[in-house]
Design a protein around this ligand. Structure first.
Ligand SMILES: [Zn+2]
Ligand SMILES: [Zn+2]
Ligand SMILES: [Zn+2]
Length: 383
């Protein structure tokens, strides 16, 4: 707007009337200049101008500030009564609506809400890892904990980035020069870079098992559920006890995120922690070395499967990929040093928090931070 004033030193705001959301008396040329200076379409510039010049601007600004300047707030209309007396009426608000955060976790949809979500997650995870926060004692940090990555299996070769000794390798080097049954190469000599759109796409779309890939994504939450049930079994075996006895003594808690990969398949990152059953946050009454815990997790991941109905009437056996990664965590610091995406994710300061990677936004967990609390620490795993 300052630049418009430079072009039009005689512009006086007072001559412009604001009726509802539209402007009367604003020279169209001025409006165009505004639009250009602000780099928005002319109707948007007009709305902005009307907003600024409107008599309820301060109240509107306060309202927008209250919902964190959410990019797409939900507009609510209604009244609230207490003991038969009206205590709130949205009609008294600017624009006659109450604004509420959209709570979208994607940065592209709402920078403000996604930022708050990342912060909420950070606090929640930190409480689950280190305690001293949200009613969780700091002794929790000594409980057995692992950081787990469960991947999707392969449904066919895709373009990908390969690294060896931190050096980018060719995607799929030619070995026999064989063509697939559709006459397409089964190799790719390119060394891809991370911004290439074809990353994750199949070498041959007709060879790629799309139906199975879709089924995997659909059933992944159920696979996870089965995995957690099986984990009680494998842990019991590792601890030399029965599953029923273990369930009486030990509670498995976890926080997980589902992260989409380039190839569109999701994989899970999770922190799994063992507590004693019952109230409070006692350590589990079993002696389980880190490696044994990690092995039990790997075994449960390997054993978990599910038979799903395919589109052509066939049954398809779904399971996680072979690349199950399990890292013991002894102190929260271990997590930030981990090389996994989640390791970078709980940021350590507000300035790094803003850079929480977009890819770590879960695709399949419930859509609001509040709902997410039900799957995260310190909520107990069911089943
Ligand atoms: Zn929002
Ligand atoms: Zn390639
Ligand atoms: Zn093919």
């Amino acid at each position: 707007m300052t630049s418009s004033r430079r072009h039009h030193p005689n512009l006086t705001v007072a001559n412009v009337q604001v009726t509802g959301r539209s402007l009367v008396g604003l020279d169209p040329v001025v409006l165009d200049d505004l639009a250009e200076a602000l780099q928005v379409p002319a109707p948007v510039a007009a709305e902005m101008f009307a907003r600024l010049a409107g008599s309820d601007y301060r109240r509107w600004e306060a309202q927008a500030a209250r919902c964190g300047f959410c990019a797409r707030p939900v507009r609510l209309k209604g009244r609230v009564f207490r003991d038969g007396v009206e205590v709130f009426n949205s009609a008294d608000q600017p624009d006659r609506v109450l604004l509420k955060r959209c709570d979208n976790r994607r940065q592209s949809a709402c920078p403000s809400c996604s930022f708050q979500y990342a912060g909420d997650m950070w606090h929640l995870l930190y409480a689950g890892l280190a305690g001293g926060h949200k009613g969780v004692p700091d002794t929790i940090a000594a409980h057995p904990m692992v950081f787990v990555t469960l991947t999707a299996p392969s449904f066919g070769p895709v373009h990908s980035i390969r690294e060896r000794n931190e050096r980018a390798q060719r995607c799929r080097p030619r070995r026999e020069g064989r063509l697939c049954v559709h006459g397409r190469p089964t190799w790719c000599m390119a060394t891809h870079n991370p911004s290439e759109p074809r990353l994750g796409s199949p070498l041959c779309a007709d060879c790629y098992d799309y139906p199975a890939a879709v089924l995997f994504n659909w059933w992944a939450p159920e696979l996870w559920r089965r995995f957690t049930i099986d984990l009680y079994r494998t842990l019991a075996a590792a601890a030399g006890t029965t599953e029923a006895d273990l369930r009486e003594m030990v509670r498995i808690s976890y926080a997980k995120v589902a992260e989409p990969q380039h190839r569109g398949l999701i994989h899970f990152h999770a922190i799994i922690r063992l507590d004693a059953t019952g109230d409070g946050w006692q350590p589990p009454p079993i002696d389980l070395p880190d490696e044994t815990f990690a092995d039990a997790v790997k075994q449960a991941a390997r054993r978990t499967d599910l038979d799903a109905d395919s589109h052509n009437g066939q049954r398809l056996r779904l399971r996680f990929g072979f690349q199950t990664d399990v890292q013991p965590i002894r102190r929260p610091g271990d997590l930030t040093r981990a090389s996994s995406p989640l390791g970078r994710w709980p940021p350590t300061s507000p300035s790094t928090r803003a850079r929480a990677p977009k890819t770590s936004v879960p695709a399949t967990v419930p859509s609001t931070p509040t709902a997410l609390k039900t799957v995260a620490f310190p909520i107990t795993l069911s089943g």
